[in-house]
Every structure is written in structure tokens, then in C-alpha cells.
Design a protein around this ligand. Structure first.
Ligand code: ADP
Ligand code: MG
Length: 682
């Protein structure tokens, strides 16, 4: 019998050769194959008469080739096959580029279906590179055709044939991960029906049924998995922290915490006193003051005689946290240290020794904090900053350095509730929904490149008033796979320095620079020794220079909205009026609309929701990057209602049967999905 986890090469009709090609798409098992869902569908069910084809329209025609196709070589690398096809209404000129084999495979006097975009005019109709297949075959035309994401060497046809074979091979053995009563109660179709029709739908209605069922299943299994992780965590006990007088901490701060900050601190401290490990996400818009929430927790933890660690995604950020927090905390008797990868081996060794001996209370750093050989005497609290840069695995690696330490995860990316429910189903969530007082709105403009001269004049004026500016350029490159950020940034900076702002102090920073260089550039900028900093998104998260008032983003269309919001958050941190200028020459309506959102609102949650709506959840943070099983069908932007339904169903089932003994297929699938992740989540 065929198993779902058997290797695709053993499926009837798929050999080693094709299996190798499929492996490039991460399709290795039968399960992978049938779960490789189309990214879109083309409705090729309607056939038109040639005469009725409107120029510009994409459609099928059924027509007979009226004379043998001709092949001509226009020049090296360009071969043309031309033919004329006719039906009872008219004639169509068809051209194929670089598909010379068609000359012999298409015969005069045979009828074919051509599917493509009609061009030419009403007197002379043409199609270039249409899909073509013999009448009656019905694989590529005559139905709703699935469109799969492809890679070199794997065509749509190969994929859909392979998937056909796969579905046939497992039709009888597909276990249904949805218990039958759940399936019935929510009006969901059977598993076999769903797989068949997500790939080869006979109509749009049936496709909807299939999609709904598979999306529900994903969300249902996902919820059960997260609930289980959570209940496992709930069983862990740690010594509860004791109450601490927080007065001295609040007294040394240069400001009063906002009530939202206070609430988050209180929630976190309550967790740490509960006797269970804290696992809390603190979510707040850029500039909402998450760092001080972390600092309060660190103070609390250290006063409970345990060590704390704060992990930042970049050296720049780690350094900045150290600069900001160490003076405050050391004043309170807390011994702080910075640990980053670029430090000399000797320094690192000495810090590690002190950490292991308990002579350092609070370590701030990058990934270096979780590298091998770093040991803590008594690690009680782990804070990770800007969470979306870290996977669950990295969080877990740091947690493993202590015995179930408390975990506080800080995210500056406001996440729409629907997504938060999924992503952080295993975490408690605190939200800082208030900015410190006195913050001003950042004026945001979306302009085209034609505005650049005026922009430069504006930057000059700001600099003359003593302010500083950022200019962010994306990695522009011919070669999308190996974008050269270094070149983009250095050339831009050079051009500005030599052609536009000869008398101003221009500096640049990018990710390829050595940590020490980056640090010195950032330090100089923070000290006001640089007027304009040209950069990549290395400054995206967390960097805090209150005197910077202008953020210019070149080729703004290349960034996600949430990313633009992060970039914008680098200004407006002081008392001066701040501006964000998004430059884009892209006229695409969707792009315009996205950038318009930025000019209309400063609310990170709204922006994130809009981003999710416009971009889809596909690359939104990436579930897999978080170490959670990805969602293939469910669309978190659109399926919020379905998510609620699936969660309710999962909770009902778990309440009745926490061990899932009544539905082994469900239990097995959840275990499978969370297998790689189970040990790393905590
Ligand atoms: P983020 O949430 O983006 O990490 P930060 O913690 O970097 O925000 O805080 C942004 C800025 O606001 C910092 O300069 C910080 O000192 C300041 N800040 C934080 N909390 C308050 C407060 N309650 N009142 C005034 N300023 C504050
Ligand atoms: Mg921050």
C-alpha cells in the first residue's frame, strides 16, 4: 500500500528523474505532492469563435491548422513558428517564439484548442505563444486549470500530471484529520473531494468548497497544536519571584512611564510571581517605549537574585540598548555587560567567565548570547527585542541557557489580531497602546523622482537648522538574487557628497560593513557629527536618534508597509517636527494605494492590517520563520471568521477529549505538523 510519506519516485508514472525535478520545489513525499496547491486558477472552460475575439481578451479558440506550420530563424536565439488556424467564423495568425518543436507536432488539418491573449485588430486576429493542445485532451484547456508555482525544469504540465498521479495513488488512503462530527457540523466536504477539487476543480463553486474545507482544517490543526504546546508549558513550575519595591527604579527614570507601559510592566511582574514561566509578548508601535518595560522586568528579576539577558537582532541595536540601559541600571547596582559577535575573543572570554560566575547580572547582546560556550549562573529572564527578526528556535536556544527562564518578547511590528492569534497562540500578549506624551505627527509625503531637487533643498534647510536626515535606499540590482546593497548605498552617498551636498557631512552604513565600522558610523550620527546618513534597512529597527527629523525612502514601492512604518519610526523621536518622504516613480495603482496609506495614517496597527490585506499573508512575517508550520490555504487576511469557527471547534474538541483519543487521525496530523517545532517552542 502506498503511504503518504512514501517517496514520490515510487508513485506510478513518476520516476527518479521527475522526482529529482520535484525535489527542487521541496516536493519529496506523496503528502508534499498532493499538498502542493495551485497559487491561482485560469478559467479555460469557455471557447470563443475567432470572429468574436476582442483584441486584448484572453480566451480559448477551437480551430484547425490550415497549412503546415513554418519555422524561421530570425537571428541567433530567436526562432519563430508561424501558423494559421481557422474556424467557421474566421482565421487566426498564431506565432510561437523559441518552440521549434511545434513545427512538427502541430499538423495541418488537425483541430487544436489555442488559449491565449488575442492581439491584432478586428480584421486580422493574432495570438503569440498561446497554450495549445489537441482537441479532446482537456488537460491544459477546456477546464479550470491550476497554476502552480514553478521552478526551472518543472512545467505546469509536469506538475499537474504528477499531482494527478499522486491523487490517484492515494485516493483510497487519505486519512481525514477532521473528526467526522466536526466536519459535518461545519458543513465541510470530505478530504478526498477537497484534494481533488483544490487541484482540478470542475467549477468555481466546488473550488470554494475545497478551499474552505482545507483552510478550516489547517486552522483547526494549528489551533490544537498551539493549545497543546501551551498546556505543556502550563505544567512547568518555577520558584515564584518575590515582590520587589519598584520605587527606586521608577525614581531614576528621566520620565514617568505611560499608563500603558505601567500596565505591561504589571502584567509581566505578575507572570513572574505566578510560579509558572512567563511567556509574554509585549507589542507596541514604534516609539511606544518597550525598552523601559523590559528594563523594569530586568530590575525586578535581578532584585530576585537572578540574571537577565536581552537579545537584539543587530549589533547596532544591542549597542544602543547597552548605552541607554546600562547607566540607569548600574546606578541601581545592577552589573551590566555587552556581548556581541564582533568583540575580541579575549573580551568575550572574560564576559563569559563573569556570566558563568554570576558576576554580571544583566547581559545585553546579539546572537552571541546564545552561542556555544556562553553559560549563565542563574538565568531567570530572557528578553528578545524586535521579535520578528528571531525565530522561535532562537528564542528557545536562549531559554535553554537557563532552567525555564521567564520570557518576554518585544515586537515593534503591530500585528493584526487575526495574525497575533495564530502566531502567538502560545504567548500571553500585552499591548502598549499609547505613545509617550508630546509626540508629534510625522508629516508623510509620497512623491515622484521629479521632486528630488526640491527635496534636496528641503534637506539642506533642515540641516541648516541643526537637524539630521536619513536616506534609505533599497538594494537595487540587476540580479535579484544577489542584490548589492553595498554598491547602492556607497554610490548614492558618493553622488550626494560630490554633486549635491559638497559642504555637508554625509556618511553611509550598510549590512556588509564590519560591526565596528557600523557602530562608529552610528555613534557619530547619534553624536550629531553627521548631517545625512545614507543607509539600507539596517537602521530599520529600534535605532534612536532624537535629533533626526527627516526620513527619505528611495524606491519606496520596494518596501512593505510595515517596513516603511518601521523606517518612519526612526524620526519623530525628539521634540522637533519630523517628516517622512517616500519617493517612487512607480505608477502602478496598487503601489500608489499602498503609499497613500502611509500618508494617511500613523497608526501601526492600521498599517499592518492594510499591509496584510494588500499583500496577503504569504510573506507576511512568514510563519515558518517563526518555527511554526506554515499555512498553505488559509488566508489570515480574509479568513478571520473561519479562524474563529476553527478555534471554537478545536476548543470544544479539546474540552471533551484533551488526549484526542477519539480521533487518532487528528492527533497524528497535529504531532506531524508540530514535530520539528515541538521541542523548540516552550
Ligand atoms: P520602542 O517601543 O520603539 O522600542 P523605545 O523604548 O526606543 O521605543 O522608546 C522610544 C523613545 O521614547 C526613547 O527615546 C525613550 O527614552 C522614550 N520614552 C520611553 N518611554 C517614555 C515615557 N514614558 N515618556 C517619555 N519618553 C519615553
Ligand atoms: Mg525598541
Amino acid at each position: 500500500m502506498t503511504e503518504l510519506n512514501s517517496d514520490v519516485q515510487f508513485i506510478k508514472g513518476i520516476g527518479g528523474q521527475r522526482a529529482k525535478a520535484l525535489a527542487k520545489l521541496n516536493i519529496c513525499t506523496l503528502r508534499d505532492l498532493i499538498s502542493y496547491f495551485p497559487r491561482a486558477y485560469d478559467d479555460r472552460t469557455q471557447t470563443k469563435r475567432i470572429q468574436d475575439l476582442q483584441p486584448g481578451e484572453t480566451a480559448c479558440v477551437e480551430a484547425m491548422v490550415s497549412a503546415p506550420p513554418t519555422l524561421s530563424r530570425i537571428r541567433k536565439g530567436l526562432e519563430l513558428v508561424k501558423l494559421r488556424a481557422v474556424d467557421d467564423s474566421g482565421a487566426l495568425d498564431v506565432t510561437f517564439f523559441n518552440q521549434a518543436w511545434l513545427k512538427n507536432s502541430l499538423s495541418a488539418g488537425e483541430t487544436y484548442i489555442f488559449y491565449g491573449k488575442a492581439e491584432g485588430n478586428l480584421l486580422r486576429r493574432q495570438m503569440a505563444n498561446p497554450v495549445v493542445e489537441p482537441l479532446g485532451r482537456g488537460e491544459l484547456t477546456g477546464r479550470i486549470v491550476p497554476i502552480y508555482p514553478l521552478t526551472a525544469g518543472v512545467s505546469q504540465l509536469i506538475l499537474s500530471r504528477s499531482i494527478r498521479q499522486g491523487l490517484d495513488a492515494c485516493a483510497a488512503i487519505l486519512p481525514d484529520a477532521l473528526p467526522d462530527d466536526v466536519r459535518q457540523a461545519h458543513h465541510l466536504c470530505r478530504i478526498g473531494f477537497a484534494y481533488e477539487n483544490i487541484h482540478f476543480p470542475s467549477s468555481a463553486e466546488v473550488l470554494d468548497l475545497a478551499r474552505r474545507r482545507l483552510a478550516f482544517e489547517e486552522l483547526f490543526l494549528f489551533t490544537i497544536g498551539l493549545r497543546r504546546l501551551r498546556s505543556r508549558r502550563d505544567e512547568v513550575r518555577v520558584a515564584p519571584c518575590s515582590a520587589v519595591d519598584m520605587g527606586p527604579f521608577y525614581a531614576v527614570l528621566p520620565f514617568v512611564l505611560t499608563s500603558a507601559q505601567r500596565r505591561c510592566v504589571d502584567e509581566a511582574l505578575a507572570d513572574m510571581r505566578s510560579g509558572k514561566p512567563m511567556n509574554r509578548l509585549c507589542q507596541g508601535d514604534v516609539g511606544s517605549g518597550k525598552t523601559m518595560v523590559a528594563a523594569a522586568c530586568v530590575y525586578f528579576c535581578v532584585k530576585n537574585s537572578r540574571q537577565a539577558a536581552l537579545m537584539a537582532p543587530t549589533e547596532i541595536l544591542a549597542q544602543q540598548h547597552y548605552n541607554g540601559l546600562a547607566p540607569i541600571l548600574e546606578h541601581l547596582g545592577i552589573r551590566c555587560a555587552l556581548l556581541t559577535g564582533s568583540m575580541t575573543a579575549k573580551t568575550k572570554r572574560s564576559i563569559c567567565a563573569q556570566l558563568a560566575a554570576g558576576e554580571i547580572d544583566f547581559a545585553i547582546g546579539t546572537h552571541a548570547l546564545i552561542s556555544e560556550g556562553v553559560e549563565y549562573q542563574n538565568l531567570g529572564l530572557v528578553v528578545t527585542d524586535e521579535q520578528h527578526r528571531f525565530g522561535v528556535g532562537q528564542r528557545a536556544a536562549l531559554a535553554a541557557k537557563g532552567e525555564s527562564p521567564h520570557m518576554l518578547v518585544m515586537s515593534a511590528t503591530p500585528i493584526p489580531r487575526t495574525l497575533a492569534l495564530i502566531l502567538y497562540g502560545d504567548l500571553d500578549v500585552s499591548i502598549i497602546d499609547e505613545l509617550p506624551p508630546g509626540r508629534q505627527k510625522i508629516d508623510t509625503l509620497a512623491v515622484s523622482g521629479g521632486y528630488r531637487q526640491r527635496l534636496y533643498a528641503f534637506l539642506r534647510k533642515q540641516v541648516e537648522e541643526g537637524r539630521q536626515c536619513y536616506i534609505v535606499c533599497p538594494m537595487v540590482s540587476e540580479d535579484e538574487d544577489a542584490p548589492d546593497e553595498r554598491k547602492a548605498v556607497t554610490e548614492y552617498a558618493k553622488k550626494l557628497q560630490t554633486e549635491v551636498f559638497c559642504d555637508l557631512r554625509i556618511a553611509f552604513v550598510h549590512g556588509k560593513m564590519k560591526a565596528r565600522e557600523k557602530e562608529s558610523v552610528m555613534t557619530a550620527f547619534a553624536a550629531g557629527e553627521t548631517d545625512i546618513l545614507v543607509s539600507t534597512t539596517v537602521i530599520e529597527v529600534g535605532v534612536d536618534v532624537p535629533n533626526a527629523t527627516v526620513m527619505v525612502v528611495e524606491n519606496a514601492e520596494r518596501f512593505g508597509l510595515s517596513q516603511l512604518h518601521q523606517l518612519r519610526g526612526r524620526v519623530g523621536r525628539g521634540s522637533c517636527k519630523s517628516y517622512c518622504i517616500l519617493i517612487s516613480d512607480n505608477k502602478n495603482e496598487e503601489t500608489r494605494q499602498r503609499l497613500r496609506v502611509m500618508t494617511q495614517t500613523g497608526d501601526g496597527f492600521k498599517i499592518a492590517e492594510e499591509d496584510l490585506r494588500l499583500r496577503g499573508p504569504g510573506d507576511f512575517f512568514g510563519l515558518r520563520q517563526h518555527g511554526l508550520p506554515g499555512l498553505r490555504v488559509a488566508d489570515l487576511g480574509c479568513d478571520a471568521a473561519l479562524l474563529k469557527e476553527a478555534q471554537a471547534a478545536a476548543d470544544t474538541l479539546l474540552a471533551k477529549d484533551p488526549a484526542l483519543s477519539s480521533c487518532p487521525a487528528t492527533a497524528e496530523r497535529v504531532t506531524e505538523l508540530f514535530q520539528q517545532n515541538a521541542d523548540t517552542l516552550n
